[in-house]
Design a protein around this ligand. Structure first.
Ligand code: HEM
Length: 127
């Protein structure tokens, strides 16, 4: 298999990298003064597990995400676009810290940004 056939998931180091990224990332999010309060009642162990499955799938690894639909999971939480940006900033810092190549970081952020529309807005009564 040539490099160009390899998925982004494999190229960045597969499961070990995803585990590290998601664990480090939620450490940052939970200690963020703006974002942290969203997670006070969260089931963090499940959330990390679901996020690992989702990242794996989004980056071309096994397509086995078993969590909620993202719109349903975030509906009624009142998450603003600015908060999604802040969340994504923490992801960027994590990917830099873990030492991914610049082009891989850009690609990961691109894939995650594609999901962010499902996260924003919506009151409990929406739809
Ligand atoms: C592109 C951005 C995001 C992605 C891909 C994402 C992904 C996920 C996933 C996979 C779950 C788990 C669903 C399940 O349990 O089945 C989840 C839950 C959740 N997310 Fe997000 N999320 C994003 C952005 C955000 C932001 C910006 C916030 C708040 C600032 C947020 C707050 C939450 C909360 C509070 C839960 C529920 C946790 C629980 O009650 O156990 N998410 N998200």
């Amino acid at each position: 298999m040539s490099d160009s056939d390899q998925s982004l998931y494999d190229r960045i180091g597969g499961e070990a990298t995803i585990d590290r990224v998601v664990d480090d990332f939620y450490g940052r999010v939970l200690s963020d003064p703006v974002l942290g309060s969203y997670f006070h009642d969260a089931r963090m162990e499940r959330l990390r597990r679901m996020q690992k499955e989702l990242f794996t799938q989004a980056l071309g690894g096994a397509p086995h995400y078993s969590g909620m639909d993202l719109t349903d999971a975030h509906r009624g939480r009142g998450i603003s676009p600015a908060e999604v940006s802040r969340f994504t900033e923490h992801l960027l810092e994590t990917l830099e810290e873990v030492g991914l190549a610049r082009e891989d970081i850009d690609e990961v952020l691109h894939h995650i940004a594609l999901l962010s529309d499902d996260v924003v807005g919506g009151t409990a009564d929406a739809e």
